[in-house]
Write a protein that binds this ligand. Structure first.
Ligand code: HEC
Ligand code: HEC
Length: 208
C-alpha cells in the first residue's frame, strides 16, 4: 500500500515536470511559429486546405503522419515536386525546420478542420473505386480514406493531382511504402490491372 503511494507521487511529479516542460517549449516556439506558418500558407493556404490540384491539404492530419512526412523529405525517403509558380520544394522547406518546429507545426495543423477539395470526378469510376478501396485499402485508410486516425494520411477529398503523383511515386519506387501496403497495391495491380489506381482516385475525389 505504502509503496503504491510512493509510485503514485513519483508519477504525478513526472507528469508535472512533463507538462511544465512542454509548456516551456511551446512558449519558446510561439514567437516564430507564426512566421513559419506564413511560409506554409504560401502553398498550403492559411487553414491548411489546398486550393490547387497539385498541393495536398494538410489540415486535420495526425501529428504522427505529419512528422513522418516531414522526415521523409528530410531523409529523401520521398521526393518533392516543384510547383510551376514557386521556387522552393518541400525539401527546401524542411531544411530550415528543427524537430521542435515540426512538432509545433504538426500540432497546429492537426487542429485545423480538413475541408474536401472541390473537384470533378467520374461517378461510374468512383463507384468501382469504392469497391477496390474496401477490398485493398480501407483496413489502413479507414472510413473511406477520410480518417486521420490510422496515421496514414487523408485520402478522401485530397486534390486528385496530388494523389496521382503520390501513387506514381509509390509504384515507381521513388517513395517508400510500407511492406504491407506494397503487398496490397501489388496484388490489386495484378488482379484488377493498372486502371485500378485511376478508379480509386475518382473515388477519393468523389468524397466532397
Ligand atoms: C513552395 C510551396 C510549398 C511550401 C512553401 C510548403 N509546402 Fe508543403 N508541400 C508542397 C507540395 C507541392 C507538396 C506535395 C508534393 C511533394 O511531395 O513535393 C507538399 C507536401 C507537404 C506535406 C505532405 C503531405 C502528405 O499528404 O503527405 C506536408 C506535411 C507539408 N507539405 C507541410 C508543409 C509545411 C508545414 C510547410 C511550412 C513549414 C510547407 N509544407 C510549406 C508545397 C509547399
Ligand atoms: C497495411 C496498411 C496499409 C494498406 C493496406 C494501404 N496503405 Fe496506404 N498508407 C499506409 C501508411 C502507414 C501510409 C503512410 C506512410 C507511408 O508513406 O507509407 C500510407 C500512405 C498512403 C498514401 C500517401 C498519402 C499522402 O498524403 O501522400 C496513399 C496515396 C496511399 N497510402 C494509398 C493507398 C491505397 C490506394 C491503398 C489500397 C490499394 C493503400 N494505401 C493500402 C498504410 C496502408
Amino acid at each position: 500500500m505504502k509503496q503504491r503511494k510512493i509510485y503514485r507521487s513519483v508519477a504525478v511529479t513526472l507528469m508535472t515536470v512533463g507538462v511544465l516542460g512542454l509548456a516551456g517549449t511551446n512558449l519558446v516556439q510561439a514567437a516564430d511559429i507564426t512566421k513559419l506558418l506564413e511560409g506554409c500558407a504560401d502553398c498550403h493556404e492559411k487553414d491548411g486546405n489546398s486550393t490547387n490540384a497539385d498541393t495536398p491539404s494538410i489540415a486535420g492530419m495526425s501529428t504522427e503522419y505529419f512528422a513522418e512526412s516531414m522526415e521523409g523529405y528530410q531523409t529523401d525517403a520521398r521526393p518533392a515536386k516543384k510547383l510551376k509558380d514557386k521556387d522552393d520544394t518541400m525539401k527546401d522547406v524542411v531544411k530550415n525546420l528543427s524537430e521542435g518546429d515540426i512538432e509545433a507545426l504538426a500540432e497546429h495543423y492537426a487542429k485545423q478542420k480538413f475541408k474536401p477539395y472541390k473537384q470533378d470526378f467520374d461517378a461510374a469510376k468512383a463507384k468501382s473505386g469504392k469497391k477496390l478501396h474496401r477490398k485493398y485499402c480501407d483496413k489502413c485508410h479507414s472510413e473511406g480514406g477520410s480518417s486521420s486516425e490510422d496515421d496514414s494520411g487523408i485520402l478522401a477529398g485530397q486534390p486528385m493531382g496530388y494523389l496521382r503523383y503520390s501513387m506514381d511515386n509509390y509504384t515507381s519506387g521513388k517513395r517508400e511504402m510500407g511492406e504491407k501496403m506494397e503487398k496490397k497495391v501489388k496484388s490489386m495491380l495484378k488482379k484488377d490491372g493498372d486502371a485500378s489506381i485511376d478508379l480509386l482516385l475518382h473515388y477519393y475525389a468523389s468524397q466532397q
